[in-house]
Design a protein around this ligand. Sequence first.
Ligand SMILES: [Zn+2]
Length: 400
Amino acid sequence: MTGPDAATRRPGPGRAHLITGIAELVTCDGPANSTPEERLGILRDVAVVVTDGRISWLGAASDAPACDSQADLEGRCVTPGFVDSHSHLVFAGDRSAEFSARMTGVPYDGGGIGVSMAATRAASDETLRRLVAARVAEMRSQGTTTVEIKSGYGLSVLDEARSLRLAHEVTPETTFLGAHVVPPEHRGDRTAYLDLVVGEMLQACRPWARWVDVFCEPHSPYAFTAEESRRVLSAGIAAGLLPRVHGNQLGPGPGVQLAVEVGAASVDHCTYLSDADIDALAGSATVATLLPGVEFSTRSPYPDARRLLAAGVSVAIATDCNPGTCYSSSMPFMIALAVAAMRMSPAEALLAATVGGARALRRSDIGRVYVGGPADLAVLDAPNHQHLAYRAGVPLARAL
Ligand SMILES: [Zn+2]
């Protein structure tokens, strides 16, 4: 994930940059199978050396080596940069009127995606590239250093491939979501659209995608059934993509079971879960990714995070930044919601926003701070990580 400040904040090749004044360094690299607070791996009064974008030294501030340049954070908290494992940043158009309508009682059924699709198809590459860059910069300015970006507002061979090509310019975590909804021109023949998705569209998108995703949601007439979703995921896997699933958002459904069945890295939303869903997740490597900004923005009931955590399920939180159900790019806001609305502890929420998101992307190199790892760091205008939820809505975090 690159941003406009990336070039200026780093010293030249081979030059060591010392960061001091860190009151609390949350490494998220504490011992596994310990309490959430221990897993935060908090170190105090430490310094960090960054060389060529990687952490080359980490230790007590009093032992810090001499470096080519230095920055004093003056008692701030540093955490791993947030890993936003679910977003839909490639879109044009404005759906604020739909949001207002929903806030006055119009229910959400997934149909508004067609509005973004029309605007996205009509936009030039240059317009879409500028919109994506602005959204990525907005994320970085709130502490996010890795973002996953899905297609899904093109819904034609050319527009899906172009969406992924543009997303791939800013992140390696790109997801083919041709099966977001059935576009209006195919509503008379769903099977023909699915044939296109698993055929020509998949082939055109494959070079720019790491992941394949599907909106498995029988409660939306525009989304996909379990059988249709299985077909999309199987085709993606056969083409070399890794599966993830939108599931159980609008009501109980087959998404979670399907995700576990195909070995998906993550099943996202998980708003309505049965006991069998929880059992399936607990016995699997599939992460439950919670997107509380969606419930906030649609006035829906929140997922039962406590039930998932009690069962030992791996939990991530992400923004789902998209024009319809949550146009927020703020991971700190999701952390605050996770704590206040989903009853997660501040430690659980921060872990879910860092190592949890990394796990949802099958990445072990990001989401934690360690020597040799990437210098993907967030700095908080606060003395400790608890302020993220404690001072909800205050812009404390930024990518370092
Ligand atoms: Zn989504």
